[in-house]
Design a protein. Structure first.
Lengths: 238, 238
């Protein structure tokens, strides 16, 4: 077969790119509606088909609906948010902007999902994890991104709540000492997927140009030589 | 609008799911053909549109074509592979199986990409990274998964080489001390995308059942109560 023959069709590619570019971190647009089992199944199965180092599949997905658990997670968020606000004492303007942001939808979403990393799975020798131990938790992050994209395709919003204490999560979800919480996600149908990320729209930070994050041959080298000039001019034009 | 109205069309969803389920970690099926600039641009742009904590976009993509650099990365791989093989002295059968596996395509692929994490970007205060510092590097992993899926959609295989010394990478790619290498990827067109992951086909490890990785309300709780019984029976049937 000729090179590129395994590319997806244009309409299939469009589906992937649409999911990637219209995916949002959703905090404030959840509506009250359950996620049907078949939809949730597809989302979880997509996550489970992520790459993992040594095929170790070191993830678990703890599905949380219980109101009392969620209320306690929300309290953990509130404490951590207060800590963050205190860190901004030296920058009152930023502190005020931070205080006005809506940063989670723990109680309003249909479902919370805690994604965890179990380093003991299929261990102790995990193929490919012997030089760089962190590749285990990196696998879990790939699963989270699969979950996020599948949810977007299904019309389900996802918000990642990172302003939390992992110690609180471990206690509330009975996570054993050898397992690490990686992400706490809020899932639910939404009123809208915003055209741009909330923090970009709010002027918190700008989107970087693609050319600023691409380097040629060595880290930090943004100037291209002849070998890279075609790509470099394309990067500057998007 | 009604719930679910933001779902992608069925054919768009199919595209995303096809990319997710047919994506492979490619080590041995690369063919000699350059990746055109427009294809590489789409792959990198997909990576750059990953979620990131506090919209910090902390990634860089170091594109490596230089043969001499790649040769030295390959030597780092060889050294780390030898170390891994020594670790299996106590399990000769596994050691022999490991020795026969093809685990990288550093020189055969069209392009190597080192993806790095810069914790100083837009810092020191990064919104949402104040409680769980690792969320910065998690963002980079989400970008890697976007890159991997976009490459699959374009017919380009990706192999993640994790059997490497990060110290070697830092030296060879002139990565500064404050920046962390996260992934070393090999990209290229392929003869085929295998139906199943190499390590599954080789009988190294089996794919776990989805029901084994899903928990209800607490970590490790695989038995469902009434609230979860519909989902639980679906999970057991796929």
């Amino acid at each position: 077969m000729a090179a590129g023959d395994y590319a997806l069709s244009n309409s299939e590619k469009d589906g992937l790119y649409k999911a990637i570019f219209s995916r949002r971190d959703v905090r404030s647009h959840f509506i009250q509606k359950e996620i049907p089992d078949d939809v949730l199944l597809r989302i979880l199965n997509a996550a489970h088909h992520a790459p993992s180092v040594g095929f170790s599949q070191p993830w678990n997905f703890v599905l949380v609906k219980d109101r009392s658990t969620r209320q306690q997670v929300k309290e953990s968020f509130e404490r951590e948010r207060e800590r963050s606000i205190k860190m901004l004492e030296g920058d009152r303007e930023k502190q005020e902007r931070y205080s006005k942001l809506k940063l989670e939808g723990i109680l309003e979403s249909a479902l919370n999902v805690c994604v965890t990393y179990d380093p003991t799975r299929f261990g102790p020798f995990v193929l490919g994890r012997t030089s760089i131990e962190d590749t285990g938790v990196y696998s879990v992050c790939c699963a989270i991104q699969n979950l996020w994209l599948a949810a977007r395709a299904e019309g389900v919003g996802v918000g990642w709540v990172s302003i939390l204490s992992n110690e609180d999560l471990e206690r509330l979800l009975e996570i054993p000492a050898h397992v690490k919480p990686v992400a706490y996600l809020c899932l639910g149908y939404v009123e809208e997927f915003a055209k741009k990320p909330d923090l970009e729209r709010a002027g918190w930070l700008p989107r970087m140009g693609l050319s600023e994050v691409v380097c040629y041959e060595k880290w930090g080298r943004h100037e291209s030589d002849d070998k890279w000039s075609g790509l470099a001019s394309s990067l500057n034009n998007i």
